[in-house]
Design a protein around this ligand. Structure first.
Ligand code: HEM
Length: 127
């Protein structure tokens, strides 16, 4: 339990990350849009037993997320009247905290593209 609280305290330090529970990806960007040097590496441990797969893991997650976002946009789900359903963030508890499921709309950035074409656009499948 001490371990959980320690991680949480480090990743929710108000001085370093104001409003730490808010989703603010811009925390990690300079004004010109380039990335800061803060890669939040705590999740991989530290010292002698730091995760040896961290560079592979970082690169894999980067490729997956940027490929997805280059191909699709994500929006709030619509109710039967076409109004957006607000997202009320809820999170699991435990060591690996994750958001609970919520409805959303995933829209292709390429009109009339087939699933095959979208898969190719991600660059994960060689034509
Ligand atoms: C997002 C993905 C990953 C996360 C969050 C993660 C996280 C961690 C953490 C927290 C540790 C323990 C560090 C410590 O004891 O202080 C660890 C250890 C380790 N990880 Fe990862 N890891 C990830 C992916 C990977 C991958 C892809 C590989 C291999 C290709 C890998 C291989 C290892 C190994 C071998 C250790 C043990 C290192 C040692 O005890 O000397 N991990 N990882």
């Amino acid at each position: 339990m001490l371990h959980d609280k320690m991680f949480r305290a480090m990743t929710h330090d108000e001085k370093k990350y104001p409003s730490p529970d808010e989703f603010k990806p811009e925390r990690f960007l300079h004004k010109d849009g380039s990335l800061t040097s803060d890669t939040m590496p705590l999740g991989f441990g530290w010292g002698r037993r730091i995760c040896v797969g961290r560079h592979l893991a970082d690169a894999a997650v980067w490729i997956a997320i940027t490929s997805f976002l280059a191909t699709f946009s994500v929006h709030k789900a619509l109710d039967e009247d076409g109004k957006e359903i607000p997202v009320i963030p809820k999170f699991s508890t435990g060591v690996a905290v994750h958001p609970e499921t919520f409805p959303c709309r995933i829209v292709s950035r390429f009109q009339d593209a087939s699933v095959e074409r979208l898969t190719q656009l991600t660059g994960l499948v060689v034509e």
